[in-house]
Design a binder for this molecule. Structure first.
Ligand SMILES: C[S@@+](CC[C@H](N)C(=O)[O-])C[C@H]1O[C@@H](n2cnc3c(N)ncnc32)[C@H](O)[C@@H]1O
Length: 228
């Protein structure tokens, strides 16, 4: 990545912290007029959608590669890291983020304390400060856009966590799912909190076999798309 590729940081004029119903923090984006997580519970949603129905469905593999579309607060990445250190799995995590938040904001988010891993605060902050690092069995990389992912890379699990189709329709277009399908390994999956019919049809058109599964608190359903 060249210096010109490093996107500008979002500051307090762009986002502010909101406490969700389970006591964990999220951010509200003024420009997208949307929160980064469900107001019913940020940690509850992330654990249910991305960890339980994404990462843990592949837990029989010794090594799991994850691509996250929308790194945001880093909560999903941090949960994946905690999974790696507590399960002794190898995780290669690549996060895509076009508008990273300032580290000062990341420092105020309550995830390490809320998840009872205050000693991992440094790793949580490194995810915001650094573009790439290795810690124990966790390999971390951050990229500014999905077109920066090398075409020959494959991922076992894609955390599709863009803002909702109403807020950012361009990220839910057919071409995006076609590209993500090519980046999914055989037997790998894409998971998202969104259960919208049009999004599901586009995933199916890309080649995925898609199932609707019960969603986190406040959401009836979510989607899990598998590359058979
Ligand atoms: C719903 S939030 C992600 C929440 C995140 N997974 C977390 O755990 O905090 C959506 C994210 O997508 C990012 N985003 C918006 N447009 C993008 C784009 N074109 N490419 C990559 N990321 C984008 C936003 O900046 C925001 O961080």
């Amino acid at each position: 990545m060249t210096t010109n590729d490093i996107p500008p940081m979002l500051g307090w004029d762009d986002v502010y912290i909101v406490t969700t119903r389970d006591g964990s923090d999220t951010l509200y984006s003024r420009s997208h007029n949307a929160t980064y997580h469900s107001l019913f519970g940020a940690v509850g949603e992330s654990k249910h959608v991305f960890i339980q129905h994404g990462l843990k469905t592949l837990a029989d593999r010794p090594s799991i590669s994850i691509l996250e579309f929308g790194f945001g607060t880093g909560l999903n990445a941090f949960l994946a890291y905690l999974f790696a250190i507590t399960s002794e799995k190898q995780i290669q995590y690549t996060g895509i983020e076009a508008y990273p938040i300032d580290a000062e904001i990341a420092q105020k988010l309550n995830y390490p304390q809320y998840l009872a891993f205050p000693e991992e605060q440094d790793i949580f902050l490194r995810m915001h400060l650094e573009v790439s690092f290795i810690s124990d069995s966790f390999h971390f990389t951050k990229l500014p856009g999905y077109t920066h992912v090398p075409a020959d890379e494959e991922f076992d699990c894609i955390f599709f966590d863009a803002f909702a189709p109403g807020a950012q329709p361009e990220l839910w277009e057919q071409s995006v799912f076609d590209q993500l399908y090519k980046l999914t390994s055989e037997g790998g999956c894409l998971v998202t909190y969104c259960a919208q019919g049009e999004a599901r049809r586009r995933m199916e058109k890309a080649g995925y076999k898609v199932e609707r599964i019960p969603g986190p608190p406040g959401k009836r359903e979510m989607l899990r798309a598998v590359r058979a």
